[in-house]
Each structure stands twice: as structure tokens, then as C-alpha cells.
Design a protein around this ligand. Structure first.
Ligand code: NI
Length: 172
């Protein structure tokens, strides 16, 4: 159990295409637990491996709203199998873009194929917040951030704020 440092944008490590996991080693399983600890501590509802500096196709999520209840998801090599034509707009944020939010419209429901932590092939159907969260996290595996879905004007405002924040932190 460990809380890992989260990479803050802009950072080239957040723009990389991650490699598939071919072998689910104990290190990978342990890292997923660390990613969940990191996500819960932040707190956040999803985290992708590149956000903690690991360029592999791994995400974790928990969108459970009930207090004191946890429903962790661990997805290895997740792939979107189908998406609905209906869109759903949600105000997204990201642990790598602290305190920045913007509405993003994405397919309202999606079907996802993935491997669980034991290597078993699984499928799930998600809608609402879980669909938003999983699409956002899967985007991270291809170097795509939520701001890549909004206008360049809004994106530039957010990225400028983050750059400024980094300068202040590095100076302090
Ligand atoms: Ni994110």
C-alpha cells in the first residue's frame, strides 16, 4: 500500500500512448492497489497508470457515491467496444489538472472489454458517471486529456493556469 506522486500537466509523460500489458505480474497487481490508494487519498474517482508515470494500459476507478462504501474497478488493456449515439455532458476534472473543470460531451453509454487483475477477460456496460469516468481514463492511455475535447480557447486558458501554478511551485 502506497500513495504515489501524481504527474501534473503540462508534462510529456501525460501525452504518451501506453503499451498493452502482456503479463499480469504481482508487481502490476500491487501497482493497481497503489493506484487505488492514490486515487482515494486525492480524492478522485479514477486514475490511469500514466498519471503515476507508468506507461501501461491500466486504469482504476470507483464512482460509488455512498459514504464508507467502496466499489473499486481495476481494468487492464481496456477497450471501448461500442458507444451510444446519445451524448452526455458532464463537468470533468482530472487529478493531473488540479482545480480545472470543463463540460465535456461524450457518448452516454459504452461497452468496454478488459482483463481483470487475474487475467480473466471481462466486459462491462457503463452509463452516466461510470461511462464518463472510464472514457476519461481510457483517453489517458492514448495521451488524451479532457481538455483535448474542449475548444482551444478554453484549453489554452486552463493550460496557462497550470503552467503558472508549476512555476510558482518550482520557485517555492
Ligand atoms: Ni484524468
Amino acid at each position: 500500500m502506497a500513495i504515489l506522486p501524481i504527474i501534473i500537466a503540462p508534462d510529456p509523460r501525460l501525452k504518451m500512448v501506453c503499451a498493452e500489458v502482456n503479463d499480469i505480474t504481482p508487481e502490476i497487481v500491487g501497482m493497481m492497489d497503489d493506484m487505488l490508494d492514490t486515487m482515494y487519498a486525492a480524492p478522485g474517482i479514477g486514475l490511469a497508470a500514466p498519471q503515476v508515470g507508468v506507461t501501461r494500459r491500466i486504469i482504476v476507478a470507483d464512482v460509488c457515491k455512498e459514504e464508507n462504501k467502496r466499489e473499486p474497478c481495476r481494468l487492464i488493456n481496456p477497450e471501448i467496444e461500442w458507444k451510444s449515439e446519445d451524448l452526455f455532458a458532464y463537468e470533468e476534472g482530472c487529478l493531473s489538472l488540479p482545480e480545472q473543470y470543463s463540460d465535456v460531451a461524450r457518448p452516454k453509454s459504452v461497452g468496454i472489454r478488459y482483463l481483470d487483475e487475474t487475467g480473466k477477460r471481462r466486459e462491462l456496460e457503463a452509463e452516466g458517471l461510470l461511462a464518463v469516468c472510464l472514457q476519461h481514463e481510457i483517453d489517458h492511455l492514448d495521451g488524451i486529456l479532457f481538455v483535448d475535447h474542449i475548444s482551444s480557447l478554453k484549453r489554452n486558458v486552463i493550460m496557462r493556469k497550470l503552467k503558472k501554478l508549476k512555476k510558482v511551485e518550482n520557485a517555492g
